[in-house]
Design a protein around this ligand. Structure first.
Ligand code: HEM
Length: 217
């Protein structure tokens, strides 16, 4: 039997576990992609400069207005969905899916990773092209980094806000370069999540235009 205190601890651990690594890995993949695609990085920086400027730090309220930044986050979640097989589900009753009889109690794994890279759905599926999400162009395309239905990720809004805020701040405050100009290694690890096999290392310099803001922190 569990006490109320135990249950609170379990819920907290669950939320913490589900929420931290997924969010940090996605941010690491996004920065890695940007470092390998300097034009996208420059475009994101220009967007922030135009919308926020360099005399104050970007805030959470700015993030929804940074359309290109959102495209970068979407494209990162398409290529590297933090939970590539979602979470296992189990059918609670006999049902029919796509013509197959699925008995009650069957474990169902959904390969979101494969769906997100399906050439029948996405043009040049393996390429990082945030522009594919611009102006709602990708609306209706099948993307499920947070699952769907009743057990869909309840942390989606928090995750998108956190990733957007962290990326926007990193891009606004610093100029980024690859170590010795070498491509960032994008090897994917296996498991329940998609970790980077080689952790991201990069060179960053405070942007001269942001010096006053950074010094006042
Ligand atoms: C980029 C970040 C995240 C990704 C990609 C992600 C993805 C997912 C996915 C795919 C599922 C399973 C959905 C399904 O099978 O239908 C899930 C479940 C869940 N996520 Fe997230 N998640 C993220 C961030 C978070 C955050 C920040 C929190 C909490 C603060 C969170 C809490 C949960 C919980 C509690 C569940 C289980 C829900 C249930 O079983 O009813 N996640 N997440």
């Amino acid at each position: 039997s569990y006490s109320c205190h135990d249950l609170t601890a379990l819920i907290f651990l669950n939320l913490f576990g589900a929420g931290t690594e997924t969010t940090s890995t996605t941010t690491e993949w996004a920065m890695s992609l940007l470092l390998n695609h300097p034009a996208a990085l420059r475009k994101a920086q220009a967007e922030i400069d135009a919308a926020v400027g360099t005399s104050r730090l970007v805030t959470a309220d700015d993030v929804p207005r940074l359309a290109y930044l959102q495209c970068i986050v979407s494209e990162t979640l398409r290529l590297y969905p933090a939970a590539p097989m979602l979470l296992p589900h189990q059918s609670s009753a006999d049902c029919k899916v796509g013509g197959y009889n699925v008995p009650s109690g069957t474990m169902l794994m959904v390969n979101a990773y494969a769906i997100h890279r399906d050439p029948a759905v996405w043009e040049r599926p393996l390429e990082f092209v945030p522009e594919r999400f611009e102006d709602g162009k990708a609306e209706g395309r099948f993307m499920i980094p947070f699952g769907m239905g009743r057990r869909r990720c309840p942390g989606e809004t928090l995750a998108l806000r956190t990733i957007g805020m962290v990326l926007a701040t990193l891009v606004q405050c610093f100029d980024w370069e690859r170590v010795d100009g070498a491509e960032v290694d994008m090897t994917e690890g296996g498991g329940l999540t998609i970790p980077k096999v080689v952790p991201l290392e990069a060179v960053c310099r405070p942007r001269p235009a942001m010096r006053d803001v950074l010094q006042s922190l």
